[in-house]
Design a protein around this ligand. Sequence first.
Ligand SMILES: Cc1cc2nc3c(=O)[nH]c(=O)nc-3n(C[C@H](O)[C@H](O)[C@H](O)COP(=O)(O)O)c2cc1C
Length: 236
Amino acid sequence: MESILGAILRRRAVKLFAPVEISSELREQILDAARHAPSSFNMQPYRFYWVESAEQKRQVAKLCLGQMPAETASALVVAVADIGALPATSRAQLEWMRRSGFSAAKIREYERTAKIGRILFMPGPFGIFGALKWGLFWVLNLWKTMGMPPTSRQDFFKWATKSTSLACENLMIAAEALGINSCPMEGFDARRLSKFLGLSARHREIVMVIAIGKKSHAYLEPPQWRRPLEATVTVL
Ligand SMILES: Cc1cc2nc3c(=O)[nH]c(=O)nc-3n(C[C@H](O)[C@H](O)[C@H](O)COP(=O)(O)O)c2cc1C
């Protein structure tokens, strides 16, 4: 694998792909890199749907509004923020800690953190607990320096979307480093695509779809423009 900086600087949103197949080894490497991204509380609140079979891909591309990157991609990755898997994820981490021989003190510490996390991250029926939590934290924050936990369903998805987006970037950079190009897309019919994948709106929200493939020789890459550093950075 080449230098990470090289892959970051070379990556472009490619709009036209050549018809090539992506091996299952490459697929696994790319997805494995995605799940190595950092995530809030290590909760990894996402799921990736890798769509590669011709018929499914055709249907997903159509739901990506028939955009050229989607229509010509070798695979389409639907990145979904998933707030429904949190209890299962913390249970799985706990089991892993027990199997891996973590000390009893470390396991107790994680159990305590997971319990607090469950309480903080529980919206409750009709968001009632969320509203109470918001009021309580707002008052506490008047005299105490503290972070605000997510309280509404929208907050939860915002929280999960941050970690999902980092995993998406890992995925695209890894693909680039492995000689595969990509194009992130938010141009899709979220309602129909969710229905197609059988996602419950309560727990799952599509963050983006990533077209994956090999850049076509016919594709004329436009020059890349970015705001100058001083327009994007404040050094204090
Ligand atoms: C969240 C997000 C959504 C995007 N949605 C689309 C899209 O729907 N269709 C598309 O062709 N490109 C899409 N892009 C790609 C951007 O247009 C592209 O990254 C930007 O113009 C900069 O070009 P570059 O990545 O080649 O440097 C999206 C990028 C991001 C990060």
